[in-house]
Design a protein around this ligand. Structure first.
Ligand SMILES: Cc1cc2nc3c(=O)[nH]c(=O)nc-3n(C[C@H](O)[C@H](O)[C@H](O)COP(=O)(O)O)c2cc1C
Length: 187
């Protein structure tokens, strides 16, 4: 394993919104690999408290309808509704992230399960980046709208949001502003 190449990949991941994504998105085999990396997230008691649901092709129109309906419900005008439709239609592929948190688990508290979900999404995004794709985790109040959540989530699951995925049309601009010294102390 070339460690520096792996580190370079991790250090260079960035999020790109849907307007900077184009075809192609990852194919089925690449998605499988991305999910395989998600399954490598630290997972106390091997609960696998997450799953992914792919929206691509024609299914994007159904997602666009849900987003548009939500925007209308919120009182957005024609332009706002069109922007919401575009969010679903622009990315080649959108992947819903579902969490299943067992609040009564005898060994693993909820925050540990959420950490696993976060680690899974991070690995998923890093794998996409390593394959030359880009994307962005998105949520917003529409992820919590009951009729949208129910379209994806089974009982007991939480719709966390969606990862928009595709081929980047630009590289990130701007420096990484976060300082490692703020996140690392020696006790
Ligand atoms: C669960 C979750 C939900 C998010 N929802 C949104 C969102 O709705 N809108 C948004 O602009 N960024 C959202 N973000 C943040 C972006 O995905 C992204 O991390 C952020 O823009 C920073 O970019 P970076 O990943 O390049 O550092 C969310 C992140 C997470 C983890």
């Amino acid at each position: 394993m070339n460690t520096s190449a792996a580190l370079d990949t991790l250090l260079s991941r960035y999020s790109l919104g849907v307007k900077h994504l184009t075809e192609p998105g990852p194919d089925a085999a690449q998605l499988q690999q991305m999910v395989a990396t998600a399954l490598r997230a630290p997972d106390h008691a091997e609960l696998v408290p997450f799953r992914f649901v792919v929206v691509q092709g024609e299914a994007r129109t159904r997602l666009a309808d849900l987003f548009a309906e939500h925007a209308q419900h919120k009182g957005k005008g024609a332009e706002g509704v069109a922007i919401e439709r575009e969010r679903a239609l622009r990315a080649p592929l959108t992947v819903a992230v579902l969490a299943r948190i067992d609040l009564g688990h005898p060994l693993v508290p909820a925050h540990e399960q959420w950490m696993c979900v976060g680690g899974a999404v991070t690995n998923f995004l890093n794998a996409a980046h390593a394959m030359g794709f880009a994307g962005k985790m998105l949520s917003g109040d529409k992820a919590r709208a009951p009729h949208i959540a129910q379209a994806f989530a089974e009982p007991g699951e939480t719709l966390v949001g969606w990862v928009a995925l595709g081929t980047p049309t630009r590289t990130p601009h701007g420096e990484v502003r976060k300082d490692a010294a703020q996140a690392l102390r020696f006790w």
